[in-house]
Design a protein around this ligand. Sequence first.
Ligand SMILES: *Cc1c(COP(=O)(O)O)cnc(C)c1O
Length: 699
Amino acid sequence: MWITYLDHAGSALFPESLLKAFTDDLRNNVYGNPHSQNISSKLTYDTIEHVRYRILKHFHTTAEDYTIIFTSGCTAALKLVAEAFPWIPEGTNQSSSRFCYLTDSHTSVVGMRGITASMNVLSVPVKPKEILLSEENKLPAEVQNCTTPHLFSYPAQSNFSGTKYPLSWIQDIKSGKLCPIKISGKWFVLLDAASYVSTSPLDLGVHQADFIPISFYKIFGFPTGLGALLVNNRIAPFLRKTYFGGGTAAAYLTGEDFYFPKKSMAERFEDGTVSFLDIIALKHGFDVLEKLTGGMEKIKQHTFTLAHYTYTVLCTLKYANGAPVVRIYSNTDFSNPDAQGPIINFNVLDEHGEVIGFSQVDKMASLYNIHVRTGCFCNTGACQMHLGLSNEDIQRNLQAGHVCGDDIDLVDGHPTGSVRISFGYMSSFEDAQTFLNFIISTRLSKLDSKNLFQPSVTKLTTESVPDDRSSFNCADKSSPIPHISDRELRNNLSAMKTTVNWQPLDSEAESISTSTAISKTAVPTCRRATGPITVTKIYLYPIKSCSAFEVTKWPVGNQGLLYDRNWMVVNQNGVCMTQKQEPRLCLVNPSIDLKKNVMVIQAEGMDPISVSLGENTGKEAMMCESKVCSHRVKTYDCGETLASWFSMFLGRPCRLIQQCSDMKNRSRQKNAEGTLSFLKIFVISHLVNITHMDFIPTI
Ligand SMILES: *Cc1c(COP(=O)(O)O)cnc(C)c1O
C-alpha cells in the first residue's frame, strides 16, 4: 500500500541516497569534536567550514556578505534574532525600536514579541493588505537622520496558503521607500524563509534581507534538529549577546566579570558544540538534491505544476446541485509560481455549502493512506484572515475547549481550521491524482444514487485541464525530476509496501468497534435509552488491532472487559502497530480459554501459539513504557518465541507485549514545544537497544 504523502510543508522526505552517502562518509572518516585540535577534529572543523560555503553558494551569496550561524532550527534562529537585535527600549532619551511582523507569520515569529516585551520594546502586527496599500504609494528613498533600529519580519512564503510575499519588499523597506508603520529610524528586514526555500531558489545577492532563518529538514527531510540563521554582515557586528557558551569565548575569567568573545561572528553565536555530524549530512543533502532534480528552479517548476493542476481540478468539482466541493483559501489563482508556492489550503464542503470538519477529512484521508496536515498550521493570523475568525472567536473556541493542534474542527458549525496539502520535489503526478480521486470518490460518488454525476466528474478531470496534464507528462519524460525521484521514493518507501490489499472499510470498522465495544455491550447503562437494553454479542479484542474474539458472557475487571486489548504488537522501536500501518494484523485471531488460563493465537499458514494469561510467568520480565492513545502504559515483553511468530507472519521485526495491570499512574504528557529532533530520538532509541542487548545474555 503506497503512502500518498502530501505534507511536504511539514517536512520533506529524504531520499535514500542521501542517507547512504552520509553513512558512507561517516564510515570512512573519523569526525571529532570541532573544538579540539587533533586531526579528526580539524577534519570536522574544515568540513563544517566547507558546508558553510556550500550553503552560501546555494543562496547565491558569499562569506563577504553573510554569516551562517547554525541553530537547532528556524525557531531557535528566530529566538536568537529577538535576543540579539540591538533594540532601543522605551523610556530612554533616544526614540525607541519597534518589532513589526506580518500577521500571516508563523507562531515562532509572533512569539518573538515575548522576548521584545521583556526588553520593553513594542511590537506591532501588520496586515498584508496594509503593506500592499502603502506599496502603491511608495515614498522616495529617504535619508534618515534617526538611526533607531526597527525590525520588520515577514514570511517569504506563507506556510498556511503558500502565498509568496514580494521579495522586493526587502529593498523597499530597507531604503525607506516602504514603511511598515510610520516611525522614523532605520529598518532591518527578517525574511522567514523556512517554507519558501524548500521549493524555491532564493538569491541573497539580489534580495539582501538582514536575517534569514531556515530549517534544513524542510529542504532535505534529513537531518532534523538543524537550522541556520543567515545574518547580513552589515548588522552582524551590532548584535548583542548575554549568554556565553563553550566555544564562543576568546578569553574569560571565572572569578571576575571578564569575557571576550571570539572574533568570528558564527563562533560567537554558536553556543556549545554544533551538531557537527548533522552539518556534514547537509553537504550530502545539497549534492543529492542537485543530482536528483537539477536544482531549485526545477523543483519550483515541478512542484508548482502539481499544485496548479490540483488547484484547477479542485476548483471545477461541483455537486449535482452546482455547489462547489471545496473552498480554497488562497490569495492567488495559482497562475504564477513567483506569487504562489506548492501549498493548497482548503475546507471540504457538503452539498449545502456547510464545512465538513477537517478532522473528518483527515480521518477519511488516512483511510486512503493520504497524509495531509490539518488545523491552523502554527499560523493563527492566516487562519483568522482566511476563515474569517475574529479575535473573540479564537478566545471563545479556547473556552469551548479547542486548543491548537487538537481535533475539535467545528465550533457551532464554524471551522476552527482547515486542510493543507503541499508538494515537494519527490511528489509525483500520481500523488496529485490519488488525492483528487479521494476527494471525488468520498464526496461525489456516494451521493450519486442515480449515477448521473459520475460521468461528468470524470469528464471534468480529464477534459477541463488537458494542458497541465500534457505539460506535466512532457516534463515527466524530459526532466530528470519525476523519474529519479520516483525511483528514489519507491526505494525509500518500499519498506511500507505490503502484499495484502488493504481494505479501508475493515480498518474503519475495526477502529470504530474497538472504541465502542465497551459502551455498547458491557456498560449499556451509560447510554440514554428508553427501554431495557439486551446485550446480544460481546466482542473482545485481546490483542489491539487484531481480530475480535466473540463470547456470550465475560467477566468484567476494573478496566472493562477482562483481557480486552491487554496485548499489543509493537515494532522494533517498541511503538504500537495499528492496522493502518500493518493490515495483516487483522488476520491474526486470538482466543482466550479462561479455564486453561491461556490465549491461543492463530493465523493462516502458521502453527497456533499460546500465551499464558498470568503476568510475568515464563516471560522475560522486561518492563518498558509505551504510549497508547496518548496514555502511558507499563508493559511486559512476551518473549522471543512470540516475537519470532509475529515477525514471521507480518514479515517485519516486531514483538508482542502485555499490558501491566497496574494502570493507576496514567498520565497525559504534553508535546514538547517546536519541532523535536524526531529522527535523532529514533537513533537514540536504537543505541539504547544495542547497549541493552549487550548486557542481556542470549538464551
Ligand atoms: C516551519 C516554519 C517555521 C518553524 O520552523 P521549525 O523548524 O519548526 O523551527 C517558521 N516559519 C515558517 C514560515 C515555517 O514554515
